[in-house]
Ligand binder design. Structure first.
Ligand SMILES: [Fe+2]
Ligand SMILES: [Fe+2]
Length: 186
């Protein structure tokens, strides 16, 4: 599948979590917490895949989109901080719903800009075959991409290609818990 189709599918999937969140009141704590957790996880992976694979390819092959890419990185930066704060908060906190609503606004604006100001020009410039190649890279990297927000990690190559993998490995260890850590310790 081509990279833009894959990234748009990610956008849709995150939007689904946002709608699930918005369709509840603050009494539906379990639903709200699960929608927020899923959205945060999906956004961590999606932003990393764009930063490590898609944006660098665009920067190299469609240099006239440089300003849009810088704006995208800044949008990701804000999103990651909000995600990091949401991750350590819960629907019991006074500010949880406010933070989530700010995250939703920021992501929707960024997705709108990406789909209107970046994707069509990239599709035009790169063509289907190249986009399928980049899409294959995106899918190969997906299992290694972070599943938690890392707002302090570098977001541009070449360093991010390495830290992304390290962060992904770190997240996997974290997700699997102490059992795996014990197993890996000689
Ligand atoms: Fe993005
Ligand atoms: Fe995106």
């Amino acid at each position: 599948m081509d990279a833009i189709t894959l990234l748009k599918a990610d956008h849709k999937s995150v939007e689904k979590q946002f709608r699930a969140f918005e369709s509840t009141t603050d009494r539906a704590k379990a639903t709200r917490s699960s929608a927020a957790r899923t959205a945060v996880r999906e956004l961590a992976t999606h932003t990393a895949l764009e930063e490590q694979i898609f944006y660098p390819a665009v920067e190299l092959e469609v240099p006239e989109l440089g300003a849009e890419l810088l704006r995208s990185l800044e949008a990701h930066h804000v999103v990651k901080w909000l995600c990091a704060e949401l991750q350590s908060s819960s629907p019991d906190d006074d500010r949880f719903a406010a933070k989530m609503s700010l995250l939703i606004d920021n992501v929707r604006l960024h997705v709108e800009e990406e789909e209107a100001d970046v994707f069509p020009f990239v599709r035009e410039a790169l063509g289907r075959r190249r986009l399928v190649e980049i899409g294959e890279l995106v899918e190969k990297a997906r299992p290694l991409a972070p599943t938690h927000p890392h707002p302090r990690a570098p977001d541009t190559p070449p360093v991010n290609a390495l830290t992304g993998v390290v962060a992904g490995a770190f997240d996997m260890v974290r997700d699997m818990g102490q059992r795996l850590v014990g197993h890996l310790t000689p």
